[in-house]
Design a protein around this ligand. Structure first.
Ligand code: NAP
Length: 257
């Protein structure tokens, strides 16, 4: 299927590893010019060099000044048709272990970053009559997960804000959707696995096996499972799909809809 994405431009935040990179790769494979973001500049530049038509912009989405630098780079690229919001995700932990500085950091990274960047990019999308906003959040937006106080909260918050935006811009050719990873074998899950090993004393293999067996597909997901949906939802073919939050989770999330 030709996704009709050739010649489009995308800003993919948190795109130098894991699920963000999977999205950048899937878009690049469809002929999209991609601007990749991450904090580690050396790794980011090397990653961009491996993609067909990609550039790197360094910056922490939690920081105001860095967000401005990311936007400047996006404007130089010609203002993106597609923006994928992403970052590393807040640490695992119980509610009582989570102090206010951690809540503030999670808010800046996983809510304020996406909101500020998307808000700044909307006028150009509106002018063009085409825009795609894709937010990488988490399955916990649909079904709470234990020991994930911060993630459970910030995912729900961003989903609410983006759900409102989706309905406000739907008539302008702009769609806004959530990509909700389940238990994917990339950096964020590896950090959760380490946390569980420390709390329970279980081996890495035991934690992995328990996680995999909790998934109806009987395996953890991979980055390769994740990118294709991003490319499809970014395409003109998906123009009537908006305000949705789609799990890529092997059946993990047990919601009726
Ligand atoms: N993997 C899972 O099973 C799973 C499940 C549910 C939800 N999620 C969520 O999905 C998202 C992606 O997860 P992942 O496993 O792909 O993570 P990952 O492998 O750790 O990759 C995170 C990417 O984001 C960049 N990044 C991190 N913090 C950033 C920041 N503040 N500003 C800019 N870039 C930043 C990282 O590069 P630098 O370090 O160089 O900045 C890297 O490129 C996370 O929010 C995670 O919580 C993942």
């Amino acid at each position: 299927m030709d996704l009709q994405l050739r010649g489009r431009t995308a800003l993919v935040l948190g795109a130098t590893r894991g699920l963000g990179l999977a999205c950048a790769e899937a878009l690049a494979a469809e002929g999209v010019r991609v601007l990749l973001n991450g904090r580690d500049a050396e790794h980011g530049r090397a990653t961009a060099a491996r993609l067909p038509d990609a550039q790197f912009v360094g910056g922490d989405v939690a920081r105001d000044g860095d967000r401005r630098a990311i936007l400047d780079a996006a404007t130089r690229l010609g203002s993106p048709d597609i923006v994928v919001t992403n970052a590393g995700g807040p640490p695992a932990g119980l509610f009582e272990e989570t102090d206010l500085s951690m809540w503030r950091a999670a808010f800046e990274t996983n809510i304020a970053g996406p909101l500020e960047l998307v808000r700044a990019l909307l006028p150009a999308m509106r002018q063009r009559g085409f825009g795609r906003v894709l937010n990488i959040t988490s399955f916990v937006a649909k079904e709470l997960y234990p020991n994930m106080s911060l993630s459970n909260s910030v995912r729900v918050g961003l989903t609410g804000a983006m759900g409102a935006l989706a309905r406000e811009v739907a008539h302008e050719g702009i769609t806004v959707n959530g990509l909700l990873p389940g238990l994917m074998d990339t950096g964020a899950l590896q950090r959760v696995i380490r946390d569980r090993m420390q709390r329970t004393g279980a081996s890495e293999q035991a934690v992995r096996d328990a996680m995999a067996s909790s998934v109806p597909a009987r395996r953890l997901g991979t980055a390769a499972d994740f990118g294709p949906l991003c490319a499809f939802l970014a395409s003109p073919l998906a123009g009537y799909i908006t305000g949705q939050n789609i799990c890529i989770d092997g059946g993990l999330t047990k919601n009726v809809v």
